[in-house]
Design a protein around this ligand. Structure first.
Ligand code: TYD
Length: 208
């Protein structure tokens, strides 16, 4: 059986990753593919438990290194128990965030650097990479407005200052510039259907 493909959506808060993950899954299913939609941090019971520790820290907040280790631990569980088995069964896996979030948030904005995050990922998940990363980008004000209209309380990471989120966006951009084939930048502003069409164009070569 052909191995499935692994697509990750990345971007800052309010970029519409979950909507685009859902729309892509619908289109792929219409084409007869079996698709698993999942997210990080989370996706498996173990990783979802770690998610709660990360987004609502029980103590005074995780030191940056501990935060990066917890994301890597959640990812190791997710890769071992969900992503690899699904791909081996020929399913497509669409993931709302993956290791490039750790590289942009903890490595870039958090100051730990790319080498440290890549080392944790090599140890935890054998350095697994998606077949294609879709980076959803938009202007800061437009994304902030989208986020505010959701009306959800910010979690421990989302609630960080605008300077942190600006550094996240810059780090994502730099990652995409260094690997333009692997990480495709997509304009996330516009009607979800229009953005979806841009996403389809960006993975067209992977479709059967
Ligand atoms: P997510 O549930 O995707 O939040 P949102 O829907 O608001 O984008 O992710 C939760 C938070 O975790 C988000 O602020 C980004 C952060 N995060 C990291 O800092 N590092 C990571 O490796 C991942 C996967 C997420």
């Amino acid at each position: 059986m052909a191995r499935g493909h692994f697509i990750a959506f990345e971007g800052g808060e309010g970029a519409g990753k979950s909507t685009q993950a859902r729309l892509l899954a619908e289109t792929l299913r219409e084409r007869g593919l079996t698709v698993k939609v999942t997210r990080e941090p989370g996706g498996t019971p173990g990783a979802e438990a770690i998610r709660n520790l990360l987004l609502a820290p029980p103590g005074e907040g995780w030191p940056p290194q501990a935060e990066a280790l917890l994301f890597a631990a959640a990812r190791a569980d997710h890769v071992a128990h969900l992503i690899r088995p699904a791909l081996a069964q020929g399913q497509w896996v669409i993931c709302d965030r993956f290791v490039d979030s750790s590289r942009a948030y903890q490595g870039g904005a958090g100051g730990l650097g790319d080498d440290a995050i890549n080392a944790l990922h090599a140890f935890g998940s054998d350095g697994m990479r998606p077949d294609r990363v879709i980076l959803l980008e938009g202007d800061e004000a437009a994304l902030a407005e989208r986020l505010a209209s959701r009306g959800e309380a910010a979690d421990a990471i989302e609630g960080r200052p605008a300077t942190y989120h600006r550094a996240v966006a810059a780090a994502f951009r730099a990652l995409a510039e260094a690997d333009p084939q692997g990480i495709v930048r997509i304009d996330a502003i516009g009607a979800p259907r229009d953005v979806h069409n841009r996403v389809l164009a960006a993975i067209g070569d992977l479709l059967p």
